[in-house]
Design a protein around this ligand. Structure first.
Ligand SMILES: Nc1ncnc2c1ncn2[C@@H]1O[C@H](COP(=O)(O)OP(=O)(O)OP(=O)(O)O)[C@@H](O)[C@H]1O
Length: 261
């Protein structure tokens, strides 16, 4: 049964619509998309078009007013164990150290943290430039460092599906690029389906297999662009002859939405 489920689409969005009040304006209207297992999909679109709302519906934190969200062929009605989320703002536990924060979900899920997981936590913290602060508390870190702790925490849990809502927006440009490649490394070592919301067009093209462009509200998918740049991606990818054309294509579709707003 489980094996059969793995052959299916990872995430199916079937004509979903949402508004926050029964008679309010539609935020999302009739949005459909299928995300395959282990695909890395970036979602871009004008500000306020409903990207976070969409992610919250996939996560089971919000039910669509109409249509259906399915994960591995099952309707999503509540948060799932195999779906991890990284929000725009990290939600760290203030009374735990950085190390305890990143291992907390594992402890909560399995009752213990294995030696291999502890080692992986150290590797990921180091990669994220946090190895010197593992014993510090969240209030002793900058906003960008706290955000990196949130990313490491989600990566360590290694969920089948990782939902990321502008996870790098608080980071400086260099750290942002490095941590993006780290995310890709991890994604290739531990394949998982990633839905990644970003406002950065170049980041979307650099990381993703597909870039889904959402329209202005009421939003749906206006363009679904396959990014067939070779992997593994690196800084060289930025020089690839197709990179500029792909970013230009995404940009054109987003700008069309903004000017139509
Ligand atoms: N809980 C809520 N109650 C009422 N309206 C909401 C709620 N959450 C979001 N909205 C509205 O829904 C719309 C979409 O919000 P959402 O945060 O999903 O957009 P977004 O595309 O992620 O925005 P941004 O790109 O600026 O982060 C906005 O108009 C927002 O004000």
């Amino acid at each position: 049964m489980e094996k059969q489920a793995l052959q299916q689409a990872s995430i199916e969005l079937a004509a979903i619509s949402h508004r926050f009040e029964p008679a309010g304006d539609w935020v999302i209207k009739g949005l459909s998309s299928t995300i395959s297992q282990h695909e890395f999909v970036a979602v871009v679109g004008p500000s306020g078009c409903g990207k976070s709302t969409l992610l919250r519906m996939i996560a089971g934190l919000l039910s669509p007013a109409d249509g259906a969200v399915e994960v591995y062929g099952h309707a999503v009605t509540a948060p799932r164990d195999d779906v991890g989320i990284v929000f725009q703002k990290p939600t760290l536990l203030p009374w735990l150290t950085v190390l305890d924060n990143v291992t907390f979900p594992l402890k909560h899920k399995y009752g213990r943290v294995s030696k291999a997981e502890s080692e992986q936590a150290s590797v990921l913290l180091k990669r994220a430039g946090l190895d010197g602060v593992a014993q510090r508390y969240p209030h002793q870190l900058s906003g960008g460092m706290q955000q990196r702790v949130g990313i490491v925490r989600a990566m360590l849990l290694n969920p089948d599906i990782l939902l990321m809502d502008e996870p790098f927006s608080a980071l400086d440009a260099l750290t942002r690029e490095r941590i993006g490649f780290d995310l890709l490394d991890l994604w290739q070592q531990q394949p998982k389906t990633v839905v990644f919301i970003t406002h950065s067009i170049s980041e979307a093209v650099l990381l993703a297999d597909r870039v889904v462009v959402m329209s202005a509200r009421p939003s749906s998918v206006v363009e679904d662009i396959v990014i067939d740049l070779p992997r593994p991606r690196s800084q060289q990818t930025l020089q690839h002859p197709d990179f500029a054309a792909l970013t230009a294509r995404v940009r054109t579709h987003i700008y069309a939405q903004v000017s139509a707003d």
